[in-house]
Design a protein around this ligand. Sequence first.
Ligand code: URA
Length: 455
Amino acid sequence: MTMQVVRLASETDFSGWREAARVLRARRVAPEAALWTVDGAGDLFDDAALEPGAEAFTVPRAFLQLAGEVIRHRSDERFALLYRLLWRLGREPGLLSRYADPDVRKAHVFAQGVAQAEQQMRAFTDFKPFAGADGHEVQVAWFEPAHRVTEAAARFFAQRFARRRFSLLTPDVCAHWDGGELSFAPGADPADAPREAGLEDFWRNLPAGPSIPQPIARPKSPRREPAPSPMARQSHTNSSDRLVRAAQRSSRDASFDGLAVMTLEEVHVGLQMCRRCGLYGGATQGVSGEGAGRARLMLEGEQPGDQEDLAGRPFVGPAGQMLDKALAEAGVPRDQAFVTNAVKHFKHELRGRKRIHQTPTTGEVAACRWWLDTERRIVRPQVIVAMGATAALAVFGRPLAIGRARQEALPLPDHAKGVVTYHPAYLLRQPDPDARTMAYVRFVGDLRFAWGLVA
Ligand code: URA
């Protein structure tokens, strides 16, 4: 057997891998005869005879998407694993949905690890302001991602930072955003990386890093420490088949409909890979519901806000504080309820540095309804409180006038009862103190009413 050596340009050279795999497969080179290496040169083969042009074949889009994720995993096995899958797909068309198959399973575990790593990088990268050579502020951060997700995370941060500049430094690659364009430079040596202080010197001494004379003194504001998300809490614990299957079902191509996600953990994992609508693109992470696993009362809001998006938990920001206060006054223990949202990703637009909430469209609510229904099926609440118009739309499937529908136990098809009330943020928005107090009193009354319906 003659070995075919493939030399990819970089560890994440997906287009190189695709081109090489296409040629190898067209020339019927078996997986055992292909040796995948990275040498930075970027000419794929020694053997000029391996030019494209033989047998034509197509691959499912789902495979290419899976491969795009897997290639960013740190395992040395990934190139060969993907080529083996590609090779086998020619003979076993339904292969990708056979989760018991070791190759398929491994690819999904890799993809899930990559998705988690990207989510963690989005949530936990801690940028600090420095003054650039031109006196303008640059945000600088050092991060060591579990997998090679820096380019994707940098694109996410570029969207979020808009015109503000940043440098994201990692051992793999350094990303620089000048407010209009992203550029990448070689990674920095982790041995030199600052652990606590020293980021400024480190950044200044990077070969490709711009020079920065002065850190910017900022008045100290309490830093929002992101609470460990359920994802972070569970990241090393559960790689069961069910989780892997759930993650796969949640991949970009899957519609989910008709498939059973059975646990709240699977809901959480699935949400991180959900592409049922476009909102995932601007959000840090999908925020699943939390609370008692078999709660009799479900409280549903609209969508995570800025703080919830960062923390990965529902109702932890100002609206959450208002909700907590009202729940306490109504005598409803939050930990005996299940708190969730109609839409699981934060929809917003950037205005300067601020992420301004935007109301989700009917289509986005409908797309996310699958997750809400799944949470309902798992938690099986007796009473669901829809807080605000978006939540009411999601629960009842049609718009309701909140003011008129309050204080009623509305029947739902799964034998639960629905109650509608104001959204806590609506109370916060009332400019007139009397109107605010009135709305608050009604809100507390509605929560008490709902709790009274619980058997
Ligand atoms: N508003 C909501 O509707 N949900 C949250 O989780 C936070 C704010």
